[in-house]
Design a protein around this ligand. Structure first.
Ligand code: AN7
Length: 356
């Protein structure tokens, strides 16, 4: 028995696919929704669910949109794809280009890409350009390149990326059996918040059409304090944060993200690097889920909002989107950890003493 896997097979009826679109897949989507009762108590909500997007084939949510963007690019005849990236988009693009048999070019900011993500781009065979400048400069550069050459641009300014990523909203509703009261996620270039809102509003429209209630969640977009243009209301020239995935000062999907926040009755929040790292450790030690720093931002944001307004989330079901796997950035995870202890002799007494 075979079941068709992946975003394109599973959600075809809601995606812009034709008979000519190749059914590319690495098994993306269908990620677990994990309950986190200890953190729910800390936040003061009824239920907290973690959408573990690090379980996608390349370890981040990017695979959902990448598979659609790549399939449509191949359908249109592309032989090479390009992206600018803080790391995860390049890892995903490199893997899907390899699977599809086309060339991959990635442009990354100098010195700020997590180790696991670089390893992925390298092993999947992407040609890597390191740009003197940040992500915003890299995105500008590849946009110009894509205008002047036949190379397909697969950043989230490519609308097929958002189409694929919206399927995460469908999965959340399906797994819960209802629409959550609130959904929190990290915001960098603002593609994902726009895609979730698209998914939730499309679902709501279908419910309305079927004569049922139109329900959407409140969206909480969380940024790193050093890279928080949605809190200042203007682009940030020199974004800085330990959460390198969201070290972005000039989000491409600005208007769509503002619309998601306004229409959902939500808000943007920010978390400092210390709050992000603390939330990352709490997710690992209290929920058993290891995510990368950027992915801990929504938990840091919810904890902060709950502390500012006690009782704010009482009785609510909340979802936090953990966008990328902790193994993407092992160096940040162990940077402040004490060194490993000296080796012991292999005898029982020494072992007993060491573990006492
Ligand atoms: C783990 O890979 O922008 O707001 O170039 O890797 O849709 O940009 C990554 C972004 C959140 C922010 N969490 O999502 C890239 C890139 C993780 C991420 C975001 C990213 P968007």
């Amino acid at each position: 028995m075979s079941r068709q896997q992946g975003v394109l097979a599973r959600w075809a009826e809601f995606l812009p696919v034709t008979a000519k679109t190749p059914r590319l897949t690495l098994g993306e989507g269908d990620t677990p929704l994990v309950s986190a009762p200890a953190l729910a108590r800390a936040i003061g909500c009824d239920e907290l669910w973690l959408k573990c997007e690090g379980m996608n084939p390349t370890g981040s949510f990017k695979d959902r949109g990448m598979v659609v963007a790549m399939a449509k690019a191949i359908e249109a005849g592309a032989r090479v794809a390009v992206c600018a990236s803080t790391g995860n988009t390049s890892a995903s693009a490199a893997a899907y280009c390899a699977a599809a048999g086309i060339g991959c070019r990635v442009v990354v900011p100098e010195g700020k890409v997590a180790l696991g993500k670089l390893a992925q781009a390298i092993v999947h065979g992407a040609r890597i350009v390191v740009l003197r400048g940040n992500f915003d400069a890299a995105l500008q550069a590849v946009r110009v390149l894509a205008e002047r050459t036949p190379i397909a641009l697969v950043n989230s300014v490519n609308p097929f990326r958002l189409e694929g990523q919206k399927t995460a909203a469908f999965e959340v509703i399906e797994a819960l059996g209802r629409v959550p009261h609130g959904l929190a996620l990290p915001v960098g270039n603002a593609g994902n918040i726009s895609a979730y809102w698209k998914g939730f509003t499309e679902h709501a429209a279908r419910e309305e059409q079927a004569g049922r209630a139109r329900t959407t969640p409140v969206i909480y977009g969380v940024q790193a304090a050093g890279a928080a243009p949605f809190l200042s209301g203007a682009p940030v020239a020199h974004p800085e944060t330990i959460a390198t995935a969201i070290r972005i000062g000039n989000p491409a999907s600005w208007d769509l993200a503002i619309r998601a926040q306004r229409e959902s009755g939500g808000l943007f929040a920010s978390a400092t690097d210390a709050e992000i790292l603390s939330a990352q450790r709490r997710l690992a030690s209290e929920a058993g889920v290891f995510c990368e720093p950027a992915s801990a931002a929504p938990i840091a944001g919810l904890l902060k909002l709950a502390a500012q307004t006690p009782g704010r989330f009482r009785g609510q079901t909340l979802v936090a989107v953990l966008t990328g796997h902790g193994l993407k950035d092992p160096q940040t995870a162990i940077a402040d950890a004490p060194p490993l202890p000296e080796p012991i002799e292999n005898d029982f007494a020494a072992l007993e003493k060491a573990l006492a």
